[in-house]
Design a protein around this ligand. Structure first.
Ligand code: PLP
Length: 376
């Protein structure tokens, strides 16, 4: 079935006989048992709840996976993922990553004995692998530098060495990129972003194809308690109904804005993977069916950056991305503030870098907003 149709209708699970078109919010912490030793399939909502189950089945179908697990945030999903590993294990991760993921790796997982190396190309990833390596963790495109990596190329390496390949698919979503079909073992989402799509709630997802892995993740969520609430599950299901059309429209506007930015004298560099001169354009065109709605760009000075942030009116100066409202972020002070300065600068995240999440407003209005703010 076409992904646009799955988005609208969700999975084919139904939980009542009323014919309700929208999945009900099962606001129940616990479920009564019909008899001793029997269950309706639901016992206690920390383990599973019908509304969350509907969301999980829907996201699994969208990603072409067998199972998905929904968490209270993207970071809760990354935290649960780390529970798959033990002290002494080693993970190779993208050298450009969402700052919160980097913070979790370096402040929590490392304290728990997991070691990390960072690499940007398949060759460098292969070189970084040691006998203790258990997984490779990729973002593609990366947040915020929009680096692209060939997922299938990395999958060849991880499969030959029997390592798990995890791909954070937050930026492109299954509408444009399906990492499991390219050889990944686990897909991660901050569902707060495009899946939810309305900047009104948080969520996180892990999607897998392997039954044993799925069982381990179910045990972790049941035991550590980070499963998404019924109400938030409903909001994400509702958001997903319009995911495909939002992605298409946000991408169309992002391309127009990226082209406009390229012609501005105060803009020094535009990082949008849909521009043919982006170094990741060719790989993106092969492994994904679209380029998404995220643009990073560097301006000529910190004053220009501040002027844009302080003078945009339609676009909001706020963290997060992927929603219907356009948001502009200052990675240096927001999403990547916890990165040590030297590492931040080495990745190109300086006082001139801005990240724009293009929403659903008219592209011409967004361009006019940026133009006025840039010249204020
Ligand atoms: C690529 C990426 N992964 C994970 C996360 C974490 O998600 P959340 O904010 O839902 O915890 C974010 C948040 O910005 C992100 O951009």
């Amino acid at each position: 079935m076409d992904i646009r149709t799955i988005c609208v209708h969700g999975c084919d699970k139904r939980y009542d006989s009323t014919g309700a078109v929208a999945v009900p919010i099962f606001a129940s912490a616990t479920f009564a048992h019909p008899a001793v030793g029997q269950s309706t399939g639901f016992d206690y909502s920390r383990s599973q709840n019908p509304t969350r189950e509907f969301l999980e089945h829907t996201v699994a179908e969208l990603e072409g996976g067998a199972e998905a697990v929904a968490f209270t945030s993207g970071m809760a999903a990354v935290g649960a993922l780390m529970e798959l590993f033990s002290p002494g294990d080693h993970i190779v991760a993208s050298n450009d990553l969402y700052g919160g993921t980097f913070r979790l790796f370096s402040h929590i997982s490392q304290k728990n004995g997991i070691k990390f190396s960072f690499a940007g190309t398949p060759q460098d990833i292969e070189t970084a692998i040691t006998p203790a390596t258990k997984a490779v963790f990729l973002e593609t495109p990366t947040n915020p530098m929009m680096n692209v990596i060939d997922i299938a190329e990395v999958a060849k390496i991880t499969q030959s060495k029997k390592l798990l390949l995890v791909v954070d698919n937050t930026f492109l979503t299954p509408v444009f990129q399906r990492p499991l079909s390219l050889g990944a073992d686990i897909v991660l989402h901050s569902g707060t972003k495009y899946l939810g799509g309305h900047n009104d709630t948080l969520s996180g997802m892990l999607v897998v194809n392997d039954a044993a892995l799925s069982e381990r993740l179910r045990f972790i969520v049941k035991t550590t308690g980070g499963g998404l609430s019924p109400f938030d599950s409903f909001l994400i299901v509702r958001g997903i109904k319009t995911l495909a059309i939002r992605m298409e429209r946000q991408q169309e506007s992002a391309l127009a804005i990226a082209k406009w930015l390229t012609g501005q004298s105060k803009v020094k560099k535009v990082y949008y993977i849909g521009l043919p001169d982006h170094p990741g354009y060719e790989i993106s065109s092969r492994q994904a069916s679209g380029y998404g709605g995220m643009i990073s760009f560097s301006v000529d000075s910190e004053q220009t950056a501040a002027s844009i942030l302080e003078n945009v009116k339609i676009i909001k100066y706020a963290e997060s991305l992927g929603g219907v409202e356009s948001l502009i972020t200052y990675p240096m002070l927001q999403t990547h503030a916890d990165l040590p300065e030297s590492e931040r600068l080495a990745r190109g995240i300086d006082g001139c870098l801005l990240r724009l999440s293009v929403g659903l407003e008219a592209a011409d209005d967004l361009i006019a907003d940026l133009k006025r703010a840039m010249n204020s």
